[in-house]
Write a protein that binds this ligand. Structure first.
Ligand code: NAD
Ligand code: ZN
Length: 358
Protein backbone atom coordinates (compact mmCIF):
# COMPACT_ATOMS: atom_id res chain seq x y z
CA UNK A 1 0.00 0.00 0.00
CA UNK A 2 1.60 3.29 -1.13
CA UNK A 3 -1.14 5.66 -0.02
CA UNK A 4 -3.82 5.49 2.66
CA UNK A 5 -7.17 7.15 3.25
CA UNK A 6 -7.79 9.03 6.48
CA UNK A 7 -10.33 11.31 8.14
CA UNK A 8 -8.71 14.66 8.82
CA UNK A 9 -8.95 18.15 10.20
CA UNK A 10 -8.65 20.09 6.92
CA UNK A 11 -8.37 23.40 8.76
CA UNK A 12 -10.09 24.97 11.78
CA UNK A 13 -13.80 24.09 11.85
CA UNK A 14 -13.53 21.81 8.81
CA UNK A 15 -13.08 18.04 8.49
CA UNK A 16 -12.86 15.75 5.47
CA UNK A 17 -11.24 12.70 3.91
CA UNK A 18 -7.64 12.87 2.69
CA UNK A 19 -5.35 10.52 0.79
CA UNK A 20 -1.73 10.51 1.93
CA UNK A 21 1.46 8.55 1.46
CA UNK A 22 1.95 5.74 3.97
CA UNK A 23 4.61 7.05 6.37
CA UNK A 24 8.07 5.56 6.37
CA UNK A 25 8.91 3.19 9.18
CA UNK A 26 12.13 4.22 10.95
CA UNK A 27 14.44 1.54 12.43
CA UNK A 28 12.80 1.77 15.88
CA UNK A 29 9.25 2.37 14.68
CA UNK A 30 6.15 0.52 13.52
CA UNK A 31 3.35 0.95 11.00
CA UNK A 32 -0.07 -0.05 12.30
CA UNK A 33 -3.38 -0.97 10.69
CA UNK A 34 -6.13 -0.03 13.17
CA UNK A 35 -8.81 -2.59 14.08
CA UNK A 36 -10.74 -0.35 16.47
CA UNK A 37 -10.67 3.44 16.98
CA UNK A 38 -12.60 5.93 19.07
CA UNK A 39 -12.98 9.72 18.82
CA UNK A 40 -12.05 11.83 21.84
CA UNK A 41 -13.58 15.04 23.17
CA UNK A 42 -10.09 16.46 22.59
CA UNK A 43 -10.58 15.98 18.81
CA UNK A 44 -13.61 18.26 19.18
CA UNK A 45 -11.62 20.89 21.12
CA UNK A 46 -8.94 20.68 18.42
CA UNK A 47 -11.18 21.06 15.34
CA UNK A 48 -13.99 23.28 16.54
CA UNK A 49 -12.51 25.26 19.44
CA UNK A 50 -9.03 25.88 18.05
CA UNK A 51 -7.55 24.74 21.35
CA UNK A 52 -4.12 23.93 19.85
CA UNK A 53 -4.32 26.37 16.94
CA UNK A 54 -4.79 25.57 13.26
CA UNK A 55 -3.77 22.34 11.53
CA UNK A 56 -3.82 21.55 7.82
CA UNK A 57 -5.03 18.15 6.51
CA UNK A 58 -4.01 16.40 9.73
CA UNK A 59 -5.52 12.96 10.20
CA UNK A 60 -7.47 13.01 13.47
CA UNK A 61 -7.77 10.44 16.27
CA UNK A 62 -5.47 9.14 18.99
CA UNK A 63 -7.36 6.18 20.45
CA UNK A 64 -6.68 2.89 18.70
CA UNK A 65 -6.08 -0.82 18.89
CA UNK A 66 -4.58 -2.41 15.81
CA UNK A 67 -2.36 -4.89 14.03
CA UNK A 68 1.31 -4.39 13.27
CA UNK A 69 2.00 -4.37 9.52
CA UNK A 70 5.66 -3.33 9.53
CA UNK A 71 8.46 -2.85 12.07
CA UNK A 72 11.90 -1.26 11.81
CA UNK A 73 14.96 -3.50 11.87
CA UNK A 74 15.84 -2.55 15.47
CA UNK A 75 12.41 -3.36 16.94
CA UNK A 76 12.69 -6.38 19.21
CA UNK A 77 9.31 -7.11 20.78
CA UNK A 78 6.82 -6.75 17.93
CA UNK A 79 6.41 -8.28 14.48
CA UNK A 80 3.91 -7.98 11.63
CA UNK A 81 0.61 -9.61 12.56
CA UNK A 82 0.81 -8.81 16.32
CA UNK A 83 -2.35 -7.31 17.83
CA UNK A 84 -1.43 -4.21 19.80
CA UNK A 85 -2.79 -1.59 22.16
CA UNK A 86 -1.59 1.85 21.01
CA UNK A 87 -1.32 4.46 23.78
CA UNK A 88 -2.72 7.89 22.87
CA UNK A 89 0.53 9.42 24.10
CA UNK A 90 3.77 8.16 22.52
CA UNK A 91 6.74 9.90 24.23
CA UNK A 92 10.36 10.15 23.19
CA UNK A 93 11.60 8.03 26.06
CA UNK A 94 15.21 9.22 25.77
CA UNK A 95 14.24 12.87 26.25
CA UNK A 96 15.28 14.71 29.41
CA UNK A 97 11.66 15.32 30.52
CA UNK A 98 11.11 11.55 30.40
CA UNK A 99 14.20 11.05 32.55
CA UNK A 100 12.81 13.55 35.06
CA UNK A 101 9.63 11.47 35.28
CA UNK A 102 7.38 13.42 32.91
CA UNK A 103 7.35 11.40 29.68
CA UNK A 104 4.12 12.94 28.43
CA UNK A 105 5.88 16.32 28.30
CA UNK A 106 8.87 15.24 26.21
CA UNK A 107 10.58 17.72 23.84
CA UNK A 108 8.03 20.45 24.71
CA UNK A 109 4.91 20.89 26.86
CA UNK A 110 2.38 18.23 25.74
CA UNK A 111 5.05 16.91 23.32
CA UNK A 112 4.28 13.26 24.07
CA UNK A 113 0.91 13.85 22.44
CA UNK A 114 1.80 13.32 18.80
CA UNK A 115 -1.21 11.67 17.13
CA UNK A 116 -3.67 14.31 15.91
CA UNK A 117 -1.49 17.05 17.34
CA UNK A 118 1.97 17.08 15.70
CA UNK A 119 1.47 14.23 13.26
CA UNK A 120 -1.25 12.23 11.56
CA UNK A 121 -3.48 10.36 13.97
CA UNK A 122 -5.12 6.97 13.95
CA UNK A 123 -8.27 7.66 11.87
CA UNK A 124 -6.76 6.19 8.70
CA UNK A 125 -5.93 2.90 7.09
CA UNK A 126 -2.34 3.12 8.37
CA UNK A 127 -0.45 5.13 10.98
CA UNK A 128 3.08 5.45 12.29
CA UNK A 129 4.25 4.78 15.86
CA UNK A 130 7.63 6.05 17.10
CA UNK A 131 9.74 3.83 19.40
CA UNK A 132 7.55 0.76 18.97
CA UNK A 133 9.14 -1.27 21.80
CA UNK A 134 8.24 1.41 24.36
CA UNK A 135 5.06 2.79 22.80
CA UNK A 136 3.10 -0.37 21.96
CA UNK A 137 1.69 -3.09 24.18
CA UNK A 138 0.56 -6.57 23.16
CA UNK A 139 -3.21 -6.99 23.26
CA UNK A 140 -3.74 -9.83 25.73
CA UNK A 141 -6.17 -12.69 25.11
CA UNK A 142 -9.37 -12.03 27.00
CA UNK A 143 -9.47 -8.29 26.36
CA UNK A 144 -11.69 -7.11 23.50
CA UNK A 145 -10.63 -4.48 20.98
CA UNK A 146 -13.40 -2.18 22.22
CA UNK A 147 -12.39 -2.58 25.86
CA UNK A 148 -8.70 -2.07 25.07
CA UNK A 149 -9.53 1.05 23.08
CA UNK A 150 -10.95 2.58 26.29
CA UNK A 151 -7.61 2.13 28.09
CA UNK A 152 -5.38 4.16 25.77
CA UNK A 153 -6.73 7.58 26.74
CA UNK A 154 -9.96 7.41 28.80
CA UNK A 155 -8.76 5.07 31.56
CA UNK A 156 -5.18 6.29 31.41
CA UNK A 157 -6.22 9.95 31.75
CA UNK A 158 -9.12 9.50 34.15
CA UNK A 159 -7.15 7.20 36.44
CA UNK A 160 -4.20 9.62 36.33
CA UNK A 161 -6.67 12.20 37.64
CA UNK A 162 -7.22 9.94 40.65
CA UNK A 163 -3.49 9.18 41.05
CA UNK A 164 -2.76 12.93 41.10
CA UNK A 165 -5.54 13.60 43.62
CA UNK A 166 -3.69 12.32 46.74
CA UNK A 167 -6.68 10.27 47.86
CA UNK A 168 -6.27 9.09 51.45
CA UNK A 169 -7.41 5.51 52.15
CA UNK A 170 -11.11 5.86 52.89
CA UNK A 171 -11.00 9.53 51.87
CA UNK A 172 -13.71 11.43 50.06
CA UNK A 173 -13.51 12.38 46.38
CA UNK A 174 -15.59 14.68 44.19
CA UNK A 175 -15.47 14.10 40.41
CA UNK A 176 -16.75 17.03 38.35
CA UNK A 177 -17.89 15.97 34.87
CA UNK A 178 -18.81 12.36 34.21
CA UNK A 179 -18.08 11.79 30.56
CA UNK A 180 -15.74 8.90 29.78
CA UNK A 181 -12.77 10.60 31.49
CA UNK A 182 -14.61 11.50 34.70
CA UNK A 183 -16.12 8.03 34.86
CA UNK A 184 -12.62 6.59 34.59
CA UNK A 185 -11.60 8.88 37.46
CA UNK A 186 -14.41 7.37 39.52
CA UNK A 187 -13.17 3.87 38.67
CA UNK A 188 -9.59 4.88 39.53
CA UNK A 189 -10.61 6.55 42.81
CA UNK A 190 -12.40 3.43 43.95
CA UNK A 191 -9.36 1.31 43.09
CA UNK A 192 -7.08 3.72 44.95
CA UNK A 193 -9.11 3.30 48.12
CA UNK A 194 -11.55 6.19 48.22
CA UNK A 195 -14.38 5.81 50.71
CA UNK A 196 -17.08 8.17 49.52
CA UNK A 197 -17.13 9.23 45.84
CA UNK A 198 -19.39 12.11 44.85
CA UNK A 199 -20.03 12.52 41.12
CA UNK A 200 -21.32 15.75 39.59
CA UNK A 201 -23.23 15.00 36.39
CA UNK A 202 -26.67 14.68 34.91
CA UNK A 203 -26.91 12.34 31.92
CA UNK A 204 -28.75 9.15 33.00
CA UNK A 205 -26.36 6.83 31.10
CA UNK A 206 -23.35 8.45 32.79
CA UNK A 207 -25.02 8.35 36.20
CA UNK A 208 -25.67 4.63 35.72
CA UNK A 209 -22.02 3.88 34.85
CA UNK A 210 -20.82 6.22 37.61
CA UNK A 211 -22.64 4.06 40.15
CA UNK A 212 -21.30 0.86 38.59
CA UNK A 213 -17.74 2.26 38.76
CA UNK A 214 -18.15 3.23 42.42
CA UNK A 215 -19.89 6.62 42.85
CA UNK A 216 -21.78 6.78 46.14
CA UNK A 217 -23.54 10.15 45.67
CA UNK A 218 -24.73 11.96 42.53
CA UNK A 219 -24.82 15.76 42.39
CA UNK A 220 -26.88 17.52 39.73
CA UNK A 221 -24.87 20.65 38.84
CA UNK A 222 -27.91 22.13 37.14
CA UNK A 223 -29.69 22.31 40.51
CA UNK A 224 -27.22 24.67 42.17
CA UNK A 225 -23.53 25.30 42.76
CA UNK A 226 -21.59 22.05 43.15
CA UNK A 227 -19.64 23.26 46.21
CA UNK A 228 -22.84 24.20 48.03
CA UNK A 229 -24.25 20.74 47.39
CA UNK A 230 -20.98 19.13 48.50
CA UNK A 231 -20.98 21.15 51.74
CA UNK A 232 -24.57 20.12 52.37
CA UNK A 233 -23.78 16.44 51.83
CA UNK A 234 -20.65 16.53 54.01
CA UNK A 235 -21.94 18.53 56.99
CA UNK A 236 -20.00 21.57 55.79
CA UNK A 237 -16.66 19.74 55.75
CA UNK A 238 -15.92 19.29 52.02
CA UNK A 239 -13.90 16.52 50.40
CA UNK A 240 -10.26 15.39 50.49
CA UNK A 241 -9.84 15.31 46.73
CA UNK A 242 -11.54 16.92 43.75
CA UNK A 243 -11.02 15.76 40.17
CA UNK A 244 -12.01 18.17 37.39
CA UNK A 245 -12.96 16.18 34.27
CA UNK A 246 -15.51 18.54 32.75
CA UNK A 247 -17.21 21.89 33.28
CA UNK A 248 -16.28 25.41 32.31
CA UNK A 249 -13.86 28.18 33.17
CA UNK A 250 -16.55 30.43 34.68
CA UNK A 251 -17.74 28.17 37.51
CA UNK A 252 -15.85 24.92 37.75
CA UNK A 253 -12.56 26.04 39.30
CA UNK A 254 -14.37 28.03 41.96
CA UNK A 255 -16.66 25.08 42.71
CA UNK A 256 -13.72 22.67 42.83
CA UNK A 257 -11.60 24.70 45.22
CA UNK A 258 -14.58 25.60 47.38
CA UNK A 259 -15.42 21.87 47.66
CA UNK A 260 -11.96 20.85 48.91
CA UNK A 261 -10.99 20.66 52.58
CA UNK A 262 -7.98 22.65 53.71
CA UNK A 263 -5.01 20.44 52.88
CA UNK A 264 -6.94 18.76 50.06
CA UNK A 265 -6.08 18.39 46.40
CA UNK A 266 -7.74 19.61 43.22
CA UNK A 267 -6.59 17.46 40.30
CA UNK A 268 -7.37 18.72 36.81
CA UNK A 269 -7.55 16.53 33.71
CA UNK A 270 -9.89 18.76 31.72
CA UNK A 271 -8.55 20.21 28.44
CA UNK A 272 -9.15 23.90 29.03
CA UNK A 273 -10.32 26.09 26.19
CA UNK A 274 -12.48 29.14 25.74
CA UNK A 275 -10.64 31.81 27.77
CA UNK A 276 -7.06 32.86 28.43
CA UNK A 277 -7.04 32.62 32.21
CA UNK A 278 -8.06 30.16 34.88
CA UNK A 279 -9.53 31.99 37.85
CA UNK A 280 -8.59 30.65 41.26
CA UNK A 281 -11.03 31.97 43.87
CA UNK A 282 -8.98 33.85 46.46
CA UNK A 283 -11.10 33.45 49.58
CA UNK A 284 -12.04 29.80 48.94
CA UNK A 285 -8.31 29.11 48.40
CA UNK A 286 -7.71 30.43 51.92
CA UNK A 287 -6.26 33.70 50.57
CA UNK A 288 -3.55 31.49 49.08
CA UNK A 289 -2.84 29.73 52.41
CA UNK A 290 -5.27 26.79 52.50
CA UNK A 291 -2.74 24.09 51.64
CA UNK A 292 -5.09 23.09 48.84
CA UNK A 293 -2.80 21.71 46.15
CA UNK A 294 -3.66 21.98 42.47
CA UNK A 295 -2.30 19.21 40.23
CA UNK A 296 -2.71 18.43 36.53
CA UNK A 297 -1.29 16.26 33.81
CA UNK A 298 -1.45 14.83 30.32
CA UNK A 299 -2.51 11.24 29.79
CA UNK A 300 0.34 8.80 30.56
CA UNK A 301 1.45 6.58 27.68
CA UNK A 302 3.90 3.73 27.34
CA UNK A 303 3.87 -0.05 27.27
CA UNK A 304 3.99 -0.63 31.03
CA UNK A 305 1.10 1.77 31.66
CA UNK A 306 -1.04 -0.05 29.08
CA UNK A 307 -0.13 -3.48 30.48
CA UNK A 308 -1.13 -2.39 33.97
CA UNK A 309 -4.44 -0.93 32.81
CA UNK A 310 -5.07 -4.11 30.82
CA UNK A 311 -4.52 -6.12 33.99
CA UNK A 312 -7.16 -4.05 35.80
CA UNK A 313 -9.59 -5.14 33.11
CA UNK A 314 -8.36 -8.73 32.74
CA UNK A 315 -8.48 -9.46 36.46
CA UNK A 316 -11.93 -8.00 36.88
CA UNK A 317 -11.11 -4.85 38.89
CA UNK A 318 -13.20 -2.63 36.60
CA UNK A 319 -14.77 -3.10 33.15
CA UNK A 320 -13.61 -0.68 30.42
CA UNK A 321 -16.40 -1.70 28.03
CA UNK A 322 -18.98 -0.01 30.27
CA UNK A 323 -17.86 3.23 28.59
CA UNK A 324 -18.78 2.06 25.09
CA UNK A 325 -22.33 3.05 24.18
CA UNK A 326 -22.21 3.13 20.36
CA UNK A 327 -20.57 0.70 17.93
CA UNK A 328 -19.94 1.33 14.23
CA UNK A 329 -18.31 -0.81 11.53
CA UNK A 330 -16.17 0.38 8.62
CA UNK A 331 -13.68 3.15 7.91
CA UNK A 332 -16.22 5.60 6.53
CA UNK A 333 -18.18 5.46 9.81
CA UNK A 334 -15.33 7.31 11.55
CA UNK A 335 -16.94 10.51 10.32
CA UNK A 336 -20.30 9.61 11.95
CA UNK A 337 -18.58 8.65 15.19
CA UNK A 338 -16.67 11.94 15.37
CA UNK A 339 -19.81 14.00 14.73
CA UNK A 340 -21.66 11.97 17.35
CA UNK A 341 -18.93 12.95 19.79
CA UNK A 342 -19.34 16.58 18.73
CA UNK A 343 -23.14 16.51 19.13
CA UNK A 344 -23.08 14.47 22.37
CA UNK A 345 -26.58 12.99 22.34
CA UNK A 346 -27.90 12.14 25.78
CA UNK A 347 -27.33 8.39 25.46
CA UNK A 348 -23.66 8.71 24.45
CA UNK A 349 -20.56 8.04 26.49
CA UNK A 350 -18.10 6.73 23.87
CA UNK A 351 -18.53 5.46 20.32
CA UNK A 352 -16.10 2.98 18.78
CA UNK A 353 -15.53 2.13 15.12
CA UNK A 354 -14.47 -1.42 14.30
CA UNK A 355 -12.33 -1.83 11.19
CA UNK A 356 -11.52 -4.78 9.02
CA UNK A 357 -8.92 -3.29 6.69
CA UNK A 358 -6.77 -4.93 4.02
P1 NAD B 1 -17.23 14.75 27.98
O1 NAD B 1 -17.64 15.98 27.27
O2 NAD B 1 -17.84 13.46 27.57
O3 NAD B 1 -17.45 14.90 29.53
C1 NAD B 1 -17.51 16.14 30.19
C2 NAD B 1 -18.77 16.11 31.03
O4 NAD B 1 -18.85 17.31 31.79
C3 NAD B 1 -20.03 16.04 30.18
O5 NAD B 1 -20.79 14.93 30.59
C4 NAD B 1 -20.74 17.35 30.47
O6 NAD B 1 -22.14 17.20 30.46
C5 NAD B 1 -20.23 17.68 31.85
N1 NAD B 1 -20.36 19.07 32.22
C6 NAD B 1 -20.55 20.13 31.41
N2 NAD B 1 -20.66 21.27 32.14
C7 NAD B 1 -20.50 20.90 33.43
C8 NAD B 1 -20.52 21.62 34.65
N3 NAD B 1 -20.69 22.95 34.67
N4 NAD B 1 -20.31 20.94 35.80
C9 NAD B 1 -20.13 19.61 35.77
N5 NAD B 1 -20.12 18.86 34.65
C10 NAD B 1 -20.30 19.51 33.49
O7 NAD B 1 -15.65 14.67 27.83
P2 NAD B 1 -14.63 13.48 28.20
O8 NAD B 1 -14.37 12.71 26.97
O9 NAD B 1 -15.06 12.77 29.41
O10 NAD B 1 -13.33 14.35 28.50
C11 NAD B 1 -13.29 15.25 29.58
C12 NAD B 1 -12.21 16.28 29.35
O11 NAD B 1 -10.92 15.68 29.43
C13 NAD B 1 -12.26 16.94 27.97
O12 NAD B 1 -11.97 18.31 28.11
C14 NAD B 1 -11.15 16.24 27.22
O13 NAD B 1 -10.66 17.01 26.15
C15 NAD B 1 -10.15 16.10 28.32
N6 NAD B 1 -9.08 15.12 28.11
C16 NAD B 1 -7.90 15.38 28.70
C17 NAD B 1 -6.88 14.49 28.59
C18 NAD B 1 -5.57 14.72 29.29
O14 NAD B 1 -4.59 14.10 28.92
N7 NAD B 1 -5.52 15.54 30.33
C19 NAD B 1 -7.04 13.32 27.84
C20 NAD B 1 -8.28 13.06 27.26
C21 NAD B 1 -9.31 13.97 27.41
ZN1 ZN C 1 -7.91 12.26 23.94
Amino acid sequence: MATFKGFAMKRLNETGWVEKEVPECGPLDAIIKPTCVSPCTSDIHTVWEGAIGDRKDMVLGHEAVGEVVEVGNLVQNFKPGDKVIVPAITPDWDDEAAQRGFPSQTTEPLGGWKFSNFKDGVFGERFHVNLADANLAHLPDGLSDEGACMLVDMWSTGMMGSENANIPLGGSVLVIGIGAVGLSSIAGSKLLGAGRILAAGTRPISVKVAKEYGATDIINYREGAIDEQVRELTDGVGVDSVIIAGGNLENTWKEAIASAKAGGTVSNVNYLSGADNVLIPRVEWGCGMSNITITNGLCPGGRVRMERLADLALYGRQDPELLVTHRFDGLEKIEDALYLMKDKPKDLIKPVVRLDLD
